[in-house]
Write a protein that binds this ligand. Structure first.
Ligand code: AMP
Ligand code: MG
Length: 355
């Protein structure tokens, strides 16, 4: 299949180009498009064959459900069998934006789209290209992240092209995304609403609007086999984002973290391996031994780290780095989402140094 690549300016959207992409969706084809979180791979959410072709293009396990994207809240009521009161408050507060809700579905969304579940994940994105595409297509658009399954989510059009060129009908290049991490997923079918995936909309922000919210204990446990805690979102159970090289996260007092990393870089390089360090701008001067030192952002600027993380993980593969040592970005708020993705990418290899 030849993939058509369209460039659309998000600040000056060409209606003819959007119509071209919308036509592909209406005909049951696959269109990758930018959202404010990451690039999505979209198809008609009500067409089971279109949903199946999303799984095929990504190599995604068929039990991992897709998020249905809408441009207006009224669409949610056409596919949900039940919308709790807290949901309405959340839509008012956070839509359009990087929040996905899980609700019970009616028969309109096929099981192919929801990986066999009788619940459905719904999000209203804020990105102008995503919104126009959904609106003009006249459909709801099922869209997982537009990467091959297992790779880091795409934050720019070239990432999508690298993974899916020749496997999808169209790619809309709308430039780099703004946020860089996937949406917060909150399950509204639980008695107490539960975060299944942390993101930019934090637990505190959600609690300020609807009161008590819990976080799925399964998403923080390293080993579901021994803890018995499997994450509720099927997608959170899979190996994800991992670079080809070995990634470990080093946590502790900054001087000791740096000393540990420097020593390990020396050893790895002596053994002929290429090394990289991911650090903060404040600690950049502590690193001299790695082949590459990548500044992820300033201390406290988790948004900057989030926006760069997936692109840096891809760069590690391109640069054929064998050993990647990352400082820890632990903290509250968006840092939780950053650490959740970084820990997955590292296969939960966290080394604590110092006292
Ligand atoms: P992606 O769009 O690639 O970021 O993946 C969507 C995420 O949403 C995956 O982790 C899915 O497992 C999760 N998800 C989608 N629908 C549901 C659902 N009905 N229940 C629980 N998790 C869901
Ligand atoms: Mg994904």
């Amino acid at each position: 299949m030849k993939t058509i690549r369209l460039t659309i300016d998000k600040d000056n959207i060409d209606p003819e180009l959007i119509e071209q992409a919308a036509g592909v969706v209406r005909r049951g084809g696959l269109v990758a498009f930018p959202t404010e979180t990451v690039y999505g791979l979209g198809a008609d959410a009500c067409d089971p064959d279109a949903a199946r072709s999303i799984y095929a293009a990504k190599g995604r396990p068929s039990d991992n459900p897709l998020i249905v994207h809408i441009w207006d809240v009224s669409q949610l009521y056409t596919i949900a069998s039940e919308v709790p009161e807290v949901g309405k408050k959340l839509f008012d507060a956070f839509w359009p934006g990087p929040m996905t809700v899980i609700v019970k579905k009616n028969g309109r969304i096929p099981r192919e789209t929801t990986g066999g579940l009788d619940t459905v994940a719904v999000r209203m994105p804020s990105h102008p290209i995503a919104r126009e595409l959904i609106k003009v297509s006249g459909r709801m658009i099922a869209a997982p992240s537009a990467n091959s399954s297992g790779r880091p989510s795409p934050t720019r059009a070239d990432h999508v092209w690298d993974d899916l060129e020749g496997r999808i009908d169209m790619l809309i290049d709308g430039g780099d995304v703004e946020l860089g991490l996937e949406s917060t997923i909150i399950d509204l079918t639980e008695p107490v609403p539960m975060i299944l995936r942390p993101g930019f909309i934090t637990q505190e922000m959600l609690e300020n609007v609807i009161g008590e919210v819990q976080t799925d204990p399964g998403i923080t446990s390293a080993d579901t086999a021994t803890s018995g805690l499997a994450p509720k979102a099927p997608g959170m159970r899979y190996r994800h984002y991992a670079p080809k090289g070995n990634l470990s996260i080093i946590e502790g007092p900054e001087e000791e973290v740096a000393a540990f990393i420097e020593k390990n870089c020396d050893e790895q390089r002596a053994a002929g391996r290429r090394t990289a360090v991911l650090c903060r701008s404040e600690t950049r001067h502590l690193y001299n031994r790695a082949n590459e030192v990548i500044v992820m952002g300033d201390r406290g600027d988790e948004e900057a780290v989030a926006a760069k993380l997936f692109a840096v993980l891809r760069q590690m593969d391109e640069d054929r780095v064998d050993c990647i040592f990352s400082e820890s970005f632990r903290g509250a708020g968006v840092a939780e989402a950053v650490m959740n993705r970084l820990m997955k990418a590292a296969g939960h290899q966290l080394i604590r140094v110092g006292s």
